[in-house]
Design a protein around this ligand. Structure first.
Ligand SMILES: [Cu+2]
Length: 401
């Protein structure tokens, strides 16, 4: 039977069963396969739960630039990423009250393999004050690192708002799985990692520009089922997420009428979303991994002769990235992270908003390599990082393998 005819007979069967049972609820989507890719996930479930545990659960959730190792073969991942409001630092002494997935901007990196299933749960805890203070057992590598490093010097906050989740790696009816949930509600749905790549996830609640600019994004790395042709040669791998931050200094109401004035404070300054600036595409900062100095103060590490792989994603929300590493040529670029999109010898890779790439290069010598968005207005605003190559411990080819 052809896939279409099989699907049709399934539809008739489901329709009949639903009628016999007197069911009023939605009929489950058809399930079918094309070229080994699975389509038709159960209808999303929206519910309330008493959950107060860690806001990110799953053993392949990490804090960028780290990427979790994957065991061989396909598996089902039970993943939770809750929505929590957090006041975070995004540049020295510059703080803003972000809306986050899991507790940071960007949210946790999820690593799965092509053909894996993800059973995803998310609670909208935007009305709660959620602490992430200590590593919690069994939560995720992400929570452990966040609690230990606290790279954005976060403080809990509350900002009750409707939110949603859109995984670009998922192939589902957005009207069902990506639906909005109110503060206090939870949603659970499934998706299959049908394509390999470096994919965005983000809140898709209107105005989407606002929800993205408030910090609601992260990436999913879907490793190819059969790997990349260069897997065996790679010594180091890191995740870099680029995004624009549209901020202006927060104003505080005075006690006289509707007039406002700027706060006069010493130390950290509170900034707020500049939605007008966002609509005009005038970011205050453009950053790697959520902080202007994240990859400056903590450089990525490698050694001469090593092959470094970067999983790069440009979130936007509205601008491009001309991703470049000073002193290196990208031996391979797998555009969007798909091994079939195989480019050689590239100096720069151009990433539109929500484009990703896997880039690989050989570290030629001991020294510092500047990672940059070669659109220098963006570099000036913070899209700069560093890879530090220390002294090799042996001849090239004898290290790290
Ligand atoms: Cu949102």
């Amino acid at each position: 039977m052809t896939p279409n005819r099989r699907a049709l007979s399934c539809a008739v069967l489901l329709f009949t069963v639903a009628h016999l049972a007197g069911a009023q609820e939605t009929i489950e989507p058809l399930r079918f396969e094309i070229d080994g890719r699975v389509y038709g996930m159960p209808t999303a479930e929206v519910f309330t739960e008493a959950y107060t545990g860690p806001p990110a659960v799953g053993d392949t959730l990490t804090l960028a630039p780290e990427l979790a190792p994957l065991a061989p073969g396909n598996r089902t991942h039970e993943v939770r990423i809750d929505i929590v409001a957090r006041e975070i630092e995004v540049a020295p002494e510059i703080r803003f009250r972000a809306w986050t997935f899991g507790g940071s901007v960007p949210g946790p990196v999820l690593h799965v393999r092509e053909g894996d299933k993800v059973i995803f749960t998310m609670k909208n805890r935007s009305a709660e004050v959620v602490e992430v203070t200590a590593p919690e057992r069994g939560a995720s590598p992400y929570i452990s690192r966040l609690a230990a490093l606290d790279p954005q010097k976060a403080r809990p906050n509350a900002a009750p708002t409707r939110h949603s989740m859109d995984f670009h790696a998922g192939t589902v009816a957005a009207s069902d799985k990506w639906r909005g949930i109110e503060p206090g509600e939870s949603i659970r749905f499934e998706w299959m990692a049908n394509y390999p790549g470096v994919f965005l996830y983000h809140c898709g609640t209107p105005p989407i520009l606002q929800h993205l600019a408030m910090g609601q994004y992260g990436v999913v790395v879907v490793s190819p089922r059969d790997g990349y042709p260069t897997d065996a040669a790679v010594d180091r791998e890191y995740v870099i997420v680029q995004s624009e931050l549209y901020l202006r200094e927060a104003e505080v109401p005075t006690h006289e009428g509707d007039q406002t004035e700027f706060t006069e404070v010493s130390g950290p300054v509170l900034y707020t979303l500049d939605f007008e600036g966002a609509q005009k595409k005038l970011p205050l900062f453009v950053v790697f991994n959520g902080h202007q100095r994240s990859l400056i103060d903590t450089p990525l590490l490698a050694r001469p002769g090593e092959r470094v792989r970067l999983y790069v994603h440009n979130v936007g929300p509205s601008d491009t990235s001309s991703f470049h590493v000073v002193g290196a040529v990208f031996d391979r670029v797998y555009y969007e992270g798909n091994p079939a999109n195989d480019w050689r010898g590239m100096q720069t890779v151009l990433l539109g908003a929500s484009n990703g790439a896997v880039v690989e290069f050989v570290v030629p010598e001991e020294g510092d390599y500047v990672i940059v968005d070669h659109e220098f207005a963006d570099a000036q605003k913070g899209a700069v990082g560093r890879l530090r190559a220390g002294r090799p411990v042996g001849p090239p080819g004898a290290m790290g393998h």
